[in-house]
Ligand binder design. Structure first.
Ligand code: ATP
Length: 308
């Protein structure tokens, strides 16, 4: 597979001393979608801005199609398309003018430009709003328009920062479908908080935390890694029978009034326990509490540090 993006030992220390990227190694090949997932402040945007040449690395190298971008910065403009997390747009340009502008900058003219523009607009289902001005669009439509701009720019590498935040569920699934088609002859890097999105789209995933890649694998491997421990809170009409089931099975619980709380390693175990209790005596109230994504990946990091 052709390596489109290679990042080696990337380091970014901001002037205030914040070490936002601390020895990052990633690559993205043609024909694949790679997810970059991590909580707020993990260093995703810093990494993306360095790949785009908007921030100068403190150390390490970034290559696109084998060319070091610090020596050949023009390769970024030639090969990379980018859609930012927060929609920045021209309120007084229409959807077709905005995407057309990006195509013109890429050198498209005349009939070739019209054809390419129509292709992108159809591809993203923006036909009905193509004559709408930026100020008339919902945040989700602005986001789709900017993804259209990124499609127009991307010759080899497409970088999307939180592509479907603010996008409604119908457009979201259409966009996921489109991205899967678009990857055929491109490399796509998606930074996201949304594990569902990454599971749906990505061929490979990097998990970033505190400026380091702490895990890499298939979406399935990563989601298993991220299986969240959770609390199950429930009550039953027959608390005595529930108590003896939990005690017989050495399951630790707390009891407040008639409400039990049990901590389990992951959702599957929680469901299993609930099924067993419900077979003994009907459960009349149930609630699951899962910690945040951030807590889950901090736990992985702690486990990793423990192993070293
Ligand atoms: N210009 C800056 N100067 C100093 N520190 C910064 C600067 N920009 C970002 N940081 C810090 O660097 C760390 C990484 O930030 P970054 O924006 O790359 O994270 P992120 O993963 O993109 O987060 P989010 O998902 O919230 O956008 C954070 O602690 C952030 O506060």
């Amino acid at each position: 597979m052709e390596k489109v993006l290679t990042v080696l030992n990337l380091l970014k220390i901001y002037p205030n001393g914040k070490n936002a990227n601390n020895g990052i190694n990633i690559d993205v090949n043609r024909g694949e979608i790679v997810g970059l997932i991590g909580p707020n402040g993990a260093g995703k945007t810093t990494l993306v801005r360095q790949i785009l040449g908007l921030l100068k690395p403190t150390g390490g190298t970034i290559s696109i199609l084998g060319e070091d971008i610090s020596l050949q910065p023009s390769i970024i403009k030639r090969e990379v398309g980018y859609a930012p997390q927060y929609p920045l747009y021209f309120p007084s340009l229409t959807v077709e003018e905005t995407i057309g502008f990006a195509l013109r900058l890429k050198g498209f003219k005349g009939e070739q430009l019209t054809n390419k523009l129509n292709e992108i607009i159809d591809f993203l289902n923006l036909g009905q709003v193509r004559k709408y001005y930026g100020y008339q669009l919902s945040p989700g439509l602005i986001k789709l328009m900017l993804i259209g701009v990124a499609f127009a720019q991307a010759r080899s590498l497409l970088i999307l920062d939180e592509p479907t935040s603010m996008v409604d569920i119908v457009s979201k699934s259409r966009l996921w479908d489109r991205l899967s088609q678009f990857k055929n002859n491109k490399a796509i890097l998606i930074a996201s908080h949304d594990m569902n999105e990454i599971k749906k789209l990505a061929d490979r995933v990097y998990v970033i935390l505190d400026g380091k890649i702490i895990a890499e694998g298939s979406p399935r491997e990563i989601s298993l890694l991220l299986e969240l421990p959770c609390n199950v809170i429930f009550s039953s009409l027959d608390a005595l029978r529930v108590k003896s089931f939990l005690e017989d099975n050495h399951i630790v619980y707390s009891l407040g009034g008639s409400v039990f709380t049990v901590s389990v390693g992951n959702l599957n175990s929680a469901i299993d326990i609930i099924k067993q209790i419900n077979d003994i005596t009907p459960i009349n109230y149930i609630q699951f509490e899962a910690p945040s994504f951030e807590t889950a990946i901090r736990k992985i990091l702690e486990e990793k540090n423990g192993q070293n």
